[in-house]
Design a protein around this ligand. Structure first.
Ligand code: CMP
Length: 149
């Protein structure tokens, strides 16, 4: 299972702009299967914890404020080489640098409001999936319980 899963969030502004369906279509067309998904509003404590790795960065406060400003979608994506392939599909963190055809090129407006998040390593994918979803509730696209990542 290692390497087959990543975690994405569709961020508040993309949800407000009614782009959930468009982004999920790009994800499916990119060869990913959605194996778990939910909509929720992150609490301040949850957003701080999720992005704790950035807590010393100058943009941390604004990032937490933005990520708690409305509902998000959290989803588990399944594909061989999921983390790297999804990072390619998302495009660069700053949409100004994102390639044509990527999610961020089409649906992000700036580096903070960059439409989607994706895990940056297999280890973080596992941690981020566990952050949102109970492992005993995670299924593969074949309907089997995920036993390990
Ligand atoms: P994400 O992939 O969710 O991971 C961390 C987030 O921090 C990133 O997307 C951006 O939304 C945000 N971020 C990274 N760098 C900056 C920056 N220089 N200014 C503002 N926000 C940033």
């Amino acid at each position: 299972m290692k390497g087959n899963y990543t975690l994405t969030m569709i961020k508040p502004q993309a949800v407000k702009n009614q782009n959930i369906g468009n982004i999920l279509a790009l994800i499916n067309n990119g060869g990913f299967r959605i194996t778990a998904m939910k909509m929720l509003v992150l609490s301040n404590a949850q957003a701080k914890a999720f992005y704790a790795i950035h807590k010393e960065r100058p943009f941390y406060g604004e990032l937490v404020e933005f990520m708690t400003s409305g509902p998000i979608i959290a989803a588990v994506l399944e594909k061989d080489n999921a983390v790297l392939d999804y990072r390619k599909l998302m495009g660069a963190t700053n949409p100004a640098d994102a390639d044509e055809g990527t999610i961020r090129k089409q649906y992000a407006s700036n580096i903070q409001n960059n439409a989607v998040h994706g895990s940056d390593s297999d280890e973080n994918a596992k941690n981020e999936i566990n952050f949102f979803f109970a492992t005993n509730n995670l299924y593969t696209s074949c309907g089997e319980l995920v036993e390990e990542f």
